[in-house]
Each structure stands twice: as structure tokens, then as C-alpha cells.
Design a protein around this ligand. Structure first.
Ligand code: FA5
Length: 334
């Protein structure tokens, strides 16, 4: 047999033996048989190489190296497979490919704003209270001193639920304001009270760049022996400057809410524009009475701020609908 065909036979037999080796030990035996330095079959091939005509040696030598390298490489590959049986058994998975880069998500800008609001108010001593989004007309209207004939109770202004009642013949609806939580907290707690409540509210408003039918409010309530309007103003001013910076101005405009007396609309001026923050005022004596407090003994202030508009102002977002479009490009900026 000439050297070239001896190399080919060696190569074929070595590769077959490598493929059929089913353990690291068997594979090691194959390595010793074909590549072993002392008695391996490669030594025989080397001897053959020494006998070829010097003129043919470059070509035959090249073939010898090819065969030797090919067998060596295949041995290494098979050894890797046998060393990691679980991975090799995952069909179709090439574990040598680079991994898919992981892209971490981020919190929604409104969630970031809400967390920041709670954090700021927490530093002023306000704890967080929660209330249900499906409310009853007692907490959304009656206890808030909103009479039966008030336009805020109009079916066209609210999402009343078809089921006639939650309990006690109360009409169920999606809450239209977080002021409901004032009542729920006062029903269960004695003064002093200092809470904020942040959450979704629902109104069938016409949707445009600054109005949505579902939005978020932060309610604040402070009740104690002698809480005053000056404290309300201080808290809102501190809140706005902490969130937006020292260059914010706060303005109170006389207004009316059935559950506060006096009532105000609160505006802020930031970088030259006035925007409405929300409503506020001193808790109406009728509300204090409805929850069993004595209005001669305690007083309090309350406010309700629209969260979307704050967040829009800070981040220069011009359309409230951007918050609910789920556009990853938009959301990934925050
Ligand atoms: C209220 O909801 C009162 N509950 C606020 C209040 C609380 C007054 C405590 C007194 C004491 P108003 O309806 O004005 O008030 O809403 C408050 C804020 O919610 C508005 O200033 C605005 O920022 C936001 N808001 C109201 N309607 C929408 C809407 N459709 N889309 C987005 N934000 C809105």
C-alpha cells in the first residue's frame, strides 16, 4: 500500500472510532491507538513518510499533516461533547454561538413619577393609603357632601357599573376621584392623619392632548387639632419645588368643591407657563361630621393633583395619549 492510501485508511478508521466512542474513557483509548506517541498508529505512518521518494515528500508530507490535524481536531470536539452531555443532547442548540444581548426594561414614566411623589410626601411625614377603584356612590359622592342633584353625579360624567349595587343598595361605579380615600381613611382612623393616596381614576371625558378617560391622581389629607390653610400652601409649595426645582411659583385661585371650604384651584408657574395642578381646600365640616369627627375639635386640608400633567410638564411631553400607547421607543427615553 502506498503512503497516501495508508493515510486515508488511517483517517477513515480513526474518525469512525472517534464517532463510536461513547465515553471519555473509550475516547482516550482511541486517542492512544491512533495518536499515542509510543505505540500509536501515527508512528507507522511517520515511518512510511520517511520511505517516500524525496521528490514526492512535500505532497505526501502535506497529506500526512492534514490527516494528523483532522484526527486531532475531531478528537477534541468529541471530547468536549462527551464532557458536557446535557448541552450536546439539546438538539438544534449551538452552544458556541454568542448569546442574545439582554435588554433590560424600565419602569413606565408614570410609575416613576408616582414613586417619586410618594417618596417626596413621605419625607414630609405623609404615609401612603390605598382605596378601591370600584367604588360606591356613598364614598365617591354622599360622604363628600356632593348632593344627589350635583352635575358631578350625572351618568354622563361617570362610569356607573351595570350591577345595581355593591352592598347596602349603594350604586357601584369606577371612582372619578381619589377623594374617596379621604373618607375611607377617616372612617377607620382617628386624627391626627397625614396620608397621600395615589391611583387611577375614571371619567368619560372627551380624549384630547391633556384629557384621558383614565388618569391618575394623588390625594393628600392632613387632619389634626389646628391644621390651617397656611400649612396646605406650604406643603404644596414644598412638594412642587422638590419635584421641579426652586424656580416654581404656586398660585391659589378661589374655587368650589362640595367637600372643602374654602376651596381653591392650585396652579404652578414653571418656565413661564401657568398650569393647573389640581384642587384643594380645607375639609368641609359636613365631611368631618359624616365620618364621625367633631368639626369644632379638628380641622384639616385636602388636595387632589393630576399626575399625568405633572409628569408631562417635567418631561416636556405634549400629548397625554403617549402614556398609554405602549410605544417602546417613547417609553425607553425615561
Ligand atoms: C378633583 O378631582 C378633586 N377631587 C380635587 C380635590 C381634592 C379638591 C381634595 C379638593 C380637595 P378636578 O376634577 O379638578 O378635582 O381634578 C383634579 C386634577 O385632575 C386636575 O387639575 C387635572 O390635573 C386632573 N384631571 C382632571 N380631569 C382629567 C382628565 N380627564 N385627564 C387627565 N387629568 C385630569
Amino acid at each position: 500500500m502506498d503512503a497516501i492510501s495508508a493515510f486515508s485508511t488511517y483517517e477513515r478508521e480513526a474518525l469512525e472510532a472517534i464517532e463510536s466512542a461513547d465515553s471519555v474513557d473509550t475516547l482516550e483509548a482511541v486517542r492512544i491507538e491512533f495518536l499515542g506517541k509510543k505505540k500509536g498508529r501515527l508512528r507507522d505512518l511517520q515511518k512510511l513518510l520517511g520511505q517516500v521518494d524525496p521528490a514526492e515528500r512535500p505532497v505526501v508530507g502535506q497529506r500526512f499533516n492534514e490527516v494528523k490535524n483532522r484526527v486531532g481536531e475531531r478528537l477534541d470536539e468529541r471530547k468536549n461533547q462527551l464532557d458536557r452531555p446535557e448541552e450536546s443532547s439539546l438538539t438544534g442548540l449551538d452552544i458556541t454561538l454568542p448569546g442574545t444581548p439582554v435588554r433590560l426594561g424600565r419602569r413606565h414614566p408614570l410609575t416613576q413619577t408616582i414613586d417619586e411623589f410618594k417618596d417626596i410626601m413621605g419625607r414630609f411625614g405623609f404615609t401612603v393609603a390605598d382605596g378601591p377603584e370600584i367604588e360606591d356612590d356613598f364614598h365617591n359622592f354622599v360622604a363628600l357632601n356632593i348632593p344627589e342633584d350635583h352635575p358631578a353625579r350625572d351618568p354622563l360624567e361617570n362610569f356607573y357599573l351595570a350591577a345595581a349595587s355593591i352592598a347596602n343598595d349603594r350604586q357601584a361605579l369606577l371612582r372619578s376621584q381619589t377623594s374617596t380615600v379621604q373618607i375611607r381613611v377617616m372612617e377607620q382612623t382617628k386624627p391626627p392623619i397625614r396620608i397621600v393616596s395615589v391611583g387611577r381614576v375614571y371619567r368619560p371625558d372627551t380624549i384630547d392632548a391633556t384629557h384621558s378617560c383614565m388618569f391618575h391622581q394623588m390625594e393628600g389629607l392632613m387632619v389634626g387639632d389646628s391644621v390651617t390653610m397656611a400649612e396646605l400652601k406650604t406643603v404644596l409649595h414644598l412638594f412642587a419645588t422638590t419635584y421641579l426645582g426652586e424656580d416654581v411659583q404656586i398660585r391659589f385661585r378661589p374655587s368650589f368643591f362640595p367637600f372643602t371650604e374654602p376651596s381653591v384651584e392650585v396652579d404652578m408657574n414653571w418656565h413661564g407657563n401657568w398650569i393647573e395642578l389640581g384642587g384643594a381646600g380645607m375639609v368641609d365640616p359636613n365631611v368631618l361630621t359624616a365620618v364621625g369627627y367633631d368639626p369644632e375639635q379638628v380641622s384639616g386640608f385636602a388636595f387632589g393633583l393630576g399626575i399625568e400633567r405633572f409628569c408631562m410638564r417635567r418631561h416636556h411631553i405634549t400629548d397625554i395619549r403617549r402614556f398609554i400607547e405602549n410605544d417602546v421607543q417613547f417609553l425607553s427615553q425615561f
